[in-house]
Ligand binder design. Structure first.
Ligand SMILES: Nc1ncnc2c1ncn2[C@@H]1O[C@H](COP(=O)(O)OP(=O)(O)O)[C@@H](O)[C@H]1O
Ligand SMILES: [Mg+2]
Length: 257
């Protein structure tokens, strides 16, 4: 099993939408066994999988806090559709985050939990909270690779630099093998000069950009409100196609690694 963290400390960059769409396409069209892992206390990915009843248990019971969790990861995993599974989040993860601070081996808690299901899934996609919190550090420590959804505008590029330097720290201190899949421009509108300028600035700075751009479409948000991704909600939508291209790239990487 390979683990991919979908991360950026900024909120609203399309992390959860990307995790969901990527998971759905890898499962349905590439026959990968996919575990989506929601480690955001705000639980937007879990909520976007509307059909699931989490019965009140979440990753919080697996990760624990100041003391180890009481459930195994396997116990909380929900089947969403063929090949597609979810480890749900809830607000209790906020307490996990606080409790972990005083825990021995606090950066490795998620990594250990994921190791327990490594034989069952081909890939785990970890949807991170919008912060550089200990939960995000856990995801980046567990991950083989990181994908960074980013809105292409100047204000977000400053945050992006901070995030990239955090990745360097993670490599130095915790996870030397962490691979950067790339920066995924989201909410991209090719008619907007400031978007094109931001992409140009990233290219000139030699930042690792993905080839795919995800555009803005109200259908992406509508799909989430409907418990789906745009890929099934409106398969011919250009953003559905963009997510398929992204999944193609990630599928290639999975095959080669
Ligand atoms: N490509 C898109 N076009 C339009 N709306 C989007 C797109 N991607 C995400 N959204 C919406 O924008 C909001 C933030 O996206 P989300 O994926 O939750 O971001 P994050 O997880 O980075 O905070 C959500 O309401 C989501 O449905
Ligand atoms: Mg999110």
């Amino acid at each position: 099993m390979k683990t991919v963290a979908i991360a950026n400390q900024k909120g609203g960059t399309g992390k959860s939408a990307t995790t969901h769409a990527l998971g759905a396409v890898l499962a349905a069209e590439h026959q990968r066994r996919v575990l989506m892992v929601d480690i955001d206390p705000q639980s937007s990915l879990t909520e976007a999988c509307a059909s699931v009843d989490t019965s009140g248990v979440s990753l919080a019971e697996v990760l624990g806090g100041a003391t180890p969790g009481t459930l195994t990861l396997k116990k909380i995993i929900l089947e969403l559709s063929d090949n597609l599974y979810l480890a749900p989040a809830d607000l209790a993860l906020a307490a996990t985050e606080l409790g972990l601070v005083s825990r021995m081996g606090r950066e490795n808690v998620l990594k250990k939990a994921l190791a327990s299901v490594a034989g069952i899934f081909d890939v785990a996609l970890v949807d991170c909270p919008p912060s550089l919190s200990l939960l995000t550090v856990n995801a980046l420590t567990a991950a083989d690779a990181v994908l960074i959804p980013t809105q292409p505008q100047a204000v977000d590029l400053r945050g992006l630099r901070l995030f990239l330097s955090t990745l360097d720290n993670i490599r130095q201190e915790l996870n030397p093998e962490l691979h950067t899949l790339g920066i995924l421009p989201t909410f991209f509108d090719s008619r907007l000069t400031h978007h094109k300028e931001a992409i140009g600035a990233m290219e000139r700075a030699g930042l690792p950009l993905m080839n795919v751009r995800i555009g803005r479409s109200v259908r992406v948000a509508e799909a989430a409100a409907n418990g789906e991704t745009v890929v099934t909600f409106e398969p011919k939508n250009p953003q559905a196609q963009a997510y398929r291209e992204l999944a193609e790239e990630i599928n290639q990487w999975l095959s080669n690694n």
